[in-house]
Design a protein around this ligand. Structure first.
Ligand SMILES: [Mg+2]
Length: 176
């Protein structure tokens, strides 16, 4: 029953994923959530994130930003990265994911979704049949309060980690 919320893998953050390994295993594109995944909610991109995208693109992987946030917010974030994006994606609805695959020109098993939320990023990816990596959500410094949804996520994650057959389904792409 909880299966639909289970990611293929879990990573501490977007920097601890072995993108080269993903590419070598046949993955052609990475679909990123922005808020809470790449930066804390609403933040602009950073030099660190901009260079991460350069690094990813050097492996041969294509990228796309799939966000429920507004077009204006994503264009600001994407100013230096200049990658494909879909704004107001309505995750976990499947249609945004399918459009992403179409824009990237890849099949569902050739893409990976990377996001910070089980109920949007991961559930949508599972419903669309795309593998996913959950990363620990990024908060603004000093922001420690967790909402109810986050607390429920923590419980589901505990069950996920106990189910060894569900973890590391991409062949362990964590660097740390
Ligand atoms: Mg997010």
């Amino acid at each position: 029953m909880l299966k639909k919320f289970y990611p293929y893998e879990y990573a501490e953050d977007v920097f601890s994923i072995d993108y080269q390994k993903l590419y070598d295993s046949g993955i052609k594109a990475v679909i990123f959530d922005i808020d809470g995944t790449l930066v804390p909610h609403g933040d602009d991109s950073t030099e660190e994130i901009d260079s991460l995208f350069e690094k990813i693109s050097r492996t041969g992987l294509k990228t796309l930003l799939l966000s429920n946030n507004s077009e204006e917010r994503i264009q600001r974030f994407n100013a230096n990265i200049k990658t494909l994006f879909i704004a107001e994606a309505d995750k976990p609805e499947v249609k945004g994911y399918l459009r992403a695959l179409e824009m990237l020109g890849v099949e569902k098993n050739e893409a990976v979704v990377i996001g910070d939320q089980l109920f949007t990023d991961v559930m949508g990816a599972n419903n669309a049949g795309i593998p996913s990596v959950l990363v620990k959500f990024r908060l603004h410094p000093g922001d420690t309060k967790l909402g109810k949804k986050r607390r429920v996520e923590q419980v589901i994650l505990k069950c996920y980690f106990m189910k060894k057959s569900r973890t590391k389904r991409l062949g362990d792409v964590c660097l740390k």
